[in-house]
Design a protein around this ligand. Structure first.
Ligand code: FES
Ligand SMILES: [Fe+2]
Length: 459
């Protein structure tokens, strides 16, 4: 049998207008920072299926990886006021973020220093941090405030009883925590994402929609279902009239950041032979786009589907909110800029309502809490609304139950329908192999290479 490496074609891209050509045709100059095509050949090796199913591999992730990475614990708009708190828990560790009187943020191990009860069970406002068991109480800054029956605890002096802190830092309104004192600073860890996000000012957005649901598959398998666009050809056929699925550009940077940039307002290359009109593309976009309430639109003479949809989005998502949209490119107002930050979030970029995904094991290798948020831009010059609470969908509640996001709910239901079948079959794989495309699935290779670095101690 021929050696599998001898069969590898050179890295290639799907025919059709790729991102570079669409940037050239953009109605606005595209900044150089977005033109770099940062992709490296990551080879063609398969992954082992047991990475998704083996409790020992899951334990290695829990011990070697999770405590050493920056985890997105909260959006700034979840706890904007002094005394607001957020509880973020993952794999048995719980952290308590507390907004200080000067509006800075401290993060504490969410564990009472008396006999170890979870100090705060839920997010919400607080004047002080009182343990519900015996009432040991701390100030918002973590200093000890009082101990009931103090006479019995002369040995627990205030200097020994401050709440231990966890490292925390934020970028763009995303608050991260890290249990590892040796980890690199957040901005180094996120590079080059902060520079690429600078124009989009995500700190001016708020969580207007937030939905979570437990999915019966490994947290990596769930997140990887959102790392490539090419499953659209079979899983989401209704979006092909307006989605350049196979013309997505994949970019990989360093160890922690990558991007899938999927063009909208163009025909899928799978439909290239069908010769759909631009009007049909616009109609399909309106029916299948990410939010309900999109105004019906007609293309003006001379407009393409892409330029018309971009103009429409620019008007709705920037101009109507009081922002100057003159430099916002067609791509930034229309396309899916799906970034991933290792290990478990996907914050979308661009100027439209930005989706954000977060995935956590729930609680083991066979299930995941998947959260989807929509971040909306606040009106220019106006206050930023508070985040809504997360709506937790039950096992039998489809994503389409949430009517606010229009056709997007059905798209998520299509995605999730695959995943339990993936997890079950990975457990009984005939060859223990998961195979990946060289280009379109390169973000999955990138992710696993970084995971291996954490597991081996190289990171
Ligand atoms: S465990 Fe918290 S006060 Fe006793
Ligand atoms: Fe999908």
């Amino acid at each position: 049998m021929a050696d599998r490496d001898a069969l590898q074609p050179p890295p290639s891209r799907c025919p059709g207008p790729g991102v570079a050509e669409l940037f050239d045709a953009d109605s606005r100059p595209v900044p150089d920072i977005y033109r770099q095509d940062s992709w490296q050949d990551r080879g063609s090796a398969p992954l082992s299926a047991s990475r998704y199913t083996d409790p020992a591999f899951f334990a290695a992730e829990r011990e070697q990886m999770w405590p050493r990475v920056w985890q997105m614990a909260a959006r700034d708009d979840e706890f904007p006021d002094a005394g607001d708190t957020v509880v973020y828990a993952n794999l048995g560790k719980s952290v308590l973020l507390v907004r200080q009187p000067d509006l800075s943020v401290k993060a504490f191990w969410n564990v009472c220093l008396h006999r170890g009860r979870l100090l705060r069970t839920e997010s919400g406002p607080a004047q002080e941090l009182e343990c519900p068991f015996h009432g040991f109480t701390w100030k918002l800054d973590g200093g000890l405030k009082r101990i009931p029956c103090q006479w019995d605890f002369p040995h627990l002096t205030a200097d020994r009883m401050a709440l231990p802190e966890v490292r925390c830092d934020q970028f763009g309104g995303y608050w991260f925590v890290n249990w590892d004192g040796q980890a690199p600073p957040l901005l180094d860890y996120l590079a080059p994402l902060p520079a690429q996000f600078e124009r989009w000012r995500m700190e001016d957005t708020y969580t207007g929609l937030w939905v979570g649901k437990v999915i019966k598959a490994n947290w990596k398998a769930v997140s990887e279902a959102f790392m490539e666009a090419w499953h659209s050809v079979i899983t989401h056929p209704q979006i092909l009239p307006f989605t350049g699925d196979a013309n997505t550009r994949y970019s990989l940077w360093g160890d922690h950041v990558n991007l899938a940039l999927t063009p909208f307002g163009v025909l899928s290359p799978h439909l290239a032979e069908q010769g759909l009109t631009d009007a049909a593309t616009v109609e399909a976009f309106a029916a299948g786009s990410r939010m309900k309430g999109m105004e019906p639109m007609q293309l003006a003479p001379g407009q393409t589907a892409r330029s018309g949809l971009a103009d429409n989005n620019r008007a709705q998502n920037l101009t109507a909110l009081g922002y100057d949209a003159s430099e916002a490119t067609d791509s930034e107002v229309l396309d899916a800029w799906t970034y991933n930050v290792f290990p478990n979030i996907a914050p979308w970029g661009g100027f439209g309502p930005a989706i954000m995904y977060r995935w956590r094991p729930w609680p083991d290798q066979d299930a995941t809490l998947m959260e989807v948020r929509m971040l909306f831009r606040k009106p220019a010059g106006g206050p930023r609304p508070r985040a809504v609470d997360m709506r937790f969908l039950g096992e039998d509640e489809p994503w389409a139950t949430v009517t606010e996001w229009g056709a997007l709910g059905s798209v998520f239901d299509q995605d999730m329908a695959n995943l339990p079948y993936v997890q079950e079959r990975l457990k009984s794989s005939a060859n223990d192999r998961v195979e990946l495309g060289n280009y379109q699935e390169s973000r999955i290779r990138h992710f696993h290479a970084t995971l291996d670095k954490y597991l081996s101690g190289a990171l």
